[in-house]
Every structure is written in C-alpha cells, then in structure tokens.
Design a protein around this ligand. Structure first.
Ligand SMILES: [Zn+2]
Length: 471
C-alpha cells in the first residue's frame, strides 16, 4: 500500500510519540553526540562538538546492544552502574580516509561525525570505540553526560522542506525508518525529486529481500531546496551551490559522491524519525557512495541509477562489502592481510576450515570454488582501461553509459556461462583484492552492475539488519 501525500510537519511530529516504558533509562527522545574525528592514517582523536537533542527515538525500545560485529567503530551508552544499555556499530568517512594514499603520506584531516542513541534520563558515559582487525575494541573517546546539563543543545529542531510519506508500515519504533533526502534540486525541481525518489524506491522494493520485507519499513522522502541545480564536479570545474555539500571526486575518485557537511545533513534529518538514509543527488553523471550506518548516496539520472541506489544501500544499511576487485578505488589495501574481513559477504578463508557462510553453501561445492578468473580478469582489464581513458579525456556521460552497458552485458554473459553460476561457495576475487579474498557467488549486486539479485549471503545480512531494527 503506497501513500503519497504531503503532511504538515507539526502533525507528523506529534503523531510519532515515545514508546518507551516508564522507569526505563531513557526518556524516549533521541540524543546525538556530534564530534570531530581527526588524525593521520595511524593516529586519531575524538573531540566533542556538542550533545544535540532531537525528536522521538525511532529505534526499538529498551536495552539494545549490537552484536552484529559490523562497522569499524562503535558507540556505546554506559550507565554509572557499568551497564552498557545501548551500543551500535558504524563506519565513517574518517575511517575510509585513513586508507587513502593522502593519509599514508602523512597528512592530517578532520571530519565531523555523529553517534545517535536514546536520550538517557540518568547520568551516563558516551563512548566511541574502534574495532581492531582481530575484532576487539579500543576506546578512542569518552564523554560524561548529565541529562540535566545546560551543555545539551535543546533548541527546537528546525522544520523545513517538504515531506512525503512514500510507504508507512507502522510505528517508527517497530519499523526501519528510511529517509530519502534531496540534494542538488533547485526550488523549481521539487517534483523532479519526488519522481526520482519514487522511481528509485520502487526499484529497491522490487528487489529481494526488500520486496518481501516491505511491511517492515517506513519510507519518507524529504525535499530540501538547493540554491542551484546539480552537484559539484571538481574534475570539470563545475561548482553549483547545494544544500548539503555532496560532490563528485571525493578522495579524488571520479565517481565517489560524499559530503563533509555532516552537521547540516544531521540537522535537517533530525526533523524526521530515521534509522537509514539515502541521499539522491540531482545529476546526469554516474556516481554514489555508501558508508555503514552513515548514509548511501546516488545520482539521479543515469541508466544504472536504480542499481547504484540498491548497491550503495547494501553498504550503508547492512555493512556489506564490495565484492568486486577489478575497478579503481580510492583505497590502498582496505582489508589488512592476515585478518578475516569484518564484512559478512567477504572472506579470507581464515576460519579454521569452516566457511564464513557455511550454512548457505551448496552441499559438496569445492572451496575455494573454481572459475575461469583469468579470462574474466582480462575482459575487465580491457573495460577498465577504456574507462580510465574516458575519465582522463573528460568524455561525455553518454559515452560512459555506453561503456557501462557493454561491460554489464559482457560480464553477465561471461558469468552465466560458468559451471557454478548461481551456486554459493567461495570464489576468489573480492573486496578490491584479486587474490586472497573470496565472495559467495559468481554474481551479486555487490559484485557487478547487474541489478538482477543479491547473493544468498547478502540477502541474509540485509534481513538480519532489518531484524535488528524491528524486533
Ligand atoms: Zn553478495
């Protein structure tokens, strides 16, 4: 059932009240810790910006300690009794930046970040931890919180823009609250945003497991006007003014679309309940990004936009890793050798003879699973070379899309001719590494630009992410 009507914010705000039981450690509102995460590739520092009171908490009520093992970082709410009442894993732009050559060359950078949690009504300590490659945690920041403190910013959340309820499955506390936010849409382009976000969400909820779990979601589309149309593309010296600072060429990677303006994004989002965010950037150029429990971004007007929307949401919502390994990316050695990757859909086969996704593997399938990787690699290398040349010469989006189409068709045909196509095993080549990392199936939305399906392992990880927010 799809509802598409505008509702005034004040009605919406008062209809999504607290569901917290009396006597609980939280008052049922949302508190946001805003901080600056700075350092080099090997050092880091967390500095307080502010505690910011938002609206009602939209996640499950009660104690909720994430045991998924996902995310490079973890936020915790610890009471004076020592009890951890809330914990959530997340990744961040700073964490990605640490793997770039800029960081490795000794530069320092700082990024604004946030950790949101149910607002405690008793004194607590808010902790930020970093996951070490062996899965343990080290404390990198701790901030005492007195719920009565004048230091908490309690200013009313500003309400602006236009909200459309695209699909409402039920109460925010029991559903995944997904917000699709507009970026780079001028005042004249509001209807275009609603058409774009409708098209992209229709595609997401036509894909398993989102299709069969749609009732577990509330999906809201939030339009905020940008001063101008489009988003900056530094490689072409195009700099339209936008609402939220998204741009191409993040970390000097042509198609990577992120923003450093976390504060503006969070302030605008705080007027709606949200567990997950997708930013739709108004542009005809291919691009996107997705960081676990931060947001996914996608550009609106490319042929593979629906595919990118779903792929990037796989990163930001379920912590899935990229299963591809032949494309140029901004990172140097994303996964430290000798450790099992944190992502549920990539393995280094380091778990003592037991496959990470053993229960989903086809019985009797050889591990590692053989495939004609060398032939595939030379096919991909040819496409990559042509793509680099198109980027270098500033070719048109039409030329680039034509290459993507050719890539998708050739890749699909190649993979479908493989003996173990559609089977779950462990295929070498994943996580930007040609050797030593393995993916569950030959093809998946996290591997190629084929929008056909998520592999079984990715589908399970997404279902588990939905369960964490609805149970
Ligand atoms: Zn997959």
């Amino acid at each position: 059932m799809k509802t598409q009507f505008m509702i005034p914010f004040f009605l919406f705000y008062f209809s999504s009240g607290s569901t917290q039981p009396p006597g609980s450690w939280t008052d049922g509102k949302t508190l946001r810790l805003d901080f600056i995460h700075s350092g080099t590739d090997k050092t880091e520092e967390i500095s307080l910006d502010e505690f910011r009171l938002e609206g009602p908490w939209s996640g499950p009520a009660g104690v909720r300690v994430d045991s998924s093992g996902l995310g490079l970082f973890r936020g915790e709410v610890v009471l004076k009794t020592g009890e951890t009442v809330y914990a959530e894993g997340f990744s961040s732009i700073f964490g990605e930046w640490q793997t770039t050559s800029e960081a490795k060359n000794g530069y320092r950078r700082a990024f604004h970040e946030s950790f949101r949690f149910p607002n405690p009504n008793v004194p607590a300590e808010i902790r930020i931890l970093r996951r070490t490659p062996d899965g343990r945690f080290s404390l990198i920041g701790a901030f005492p919180l007195n719920p009565e403190s004048r230091q908490v910013n309690r200013a009313p959340v500003l309400r602006s823009g236009k909200l459309k309820e695209w699909f409402i499955g039920g109460e925010p506390a029991k559903k995944v609250d997904l917000v699709v936010l507009a970026e780079g849409y001028s005042e004249a382009e509001m209807e275009k945003f609603f058409l774009d976000s409708d098209r992209l969400c229709t595609s997401l909820f036509s894909t398993e497991p989102f299709l069969s779990r749609k009732q577990d979601f509330n999906v809201r589309h939030l339009y905020m006007a940008s001063p101008e149309s489009g988003i900056p593309n530094p490689r072409k010296d195009q700099w339209p003014a936008t609402a939220f600072g998204f741009q191409f060429n993040f970390f000097d990677s042509d198609r990577y679309v992120l923003s450093s303006a976390n504060k503006q994004i969070r302030e605008s989002l705080s007027q709606v309940p949200y567990d997950a965010v997708i930013i739709v950037c108004n542009s005809p150029k291919y691009g996107g990004g997705g960081i676990y429990h931060l947001y996914a971004s996608v550009t609106s007007d490319t042929e593979p936009a629906e595919y990118v929307f779903i792929h990037e949401f796989g990163h930001s919502f379920a912590g899935l890793g990229d299963e591809y390994y032949t494309s140029d990316v901004a990172y140097d050695s994303f996964n430290p050798p000798g450790f099992e990757p944190n992502e549920p859909n990539i393995t280094a086969l380091l778990q003592d003879g037991k496959l990470k996704w053993q229960e989903l593997a086809d019985p009797g399938i050889p591990i590692p699973t053989p495939w004609k990787k060398m032939g595939f690699d030379s096919l991909s290398a040819g496409i990559q070379k042509r793509r680099s040349e198109l980027i270098r010469t500033g070719a048109s989006e039409i030329e680039m899309e034509s290459l993507f189409r050719e890539d998708r068709e050739k890749t699909q045909n190649w993979l479908r001719s493989e003996h173990y196509y559609g089977k779950t095993g462990a295929f070498e080549g994943a996580g930007y590494e040609s050797r030593g990392l393995f993916r569950p199936e030959l093809d998946c939305i996290m591997f190629s630009r084929n929008p056909d399906h998520f592999c079984k392992v990715c589908r399970k990880a997404i279902s588990e992410a939905i369960n964490r927010l609805t149970q």
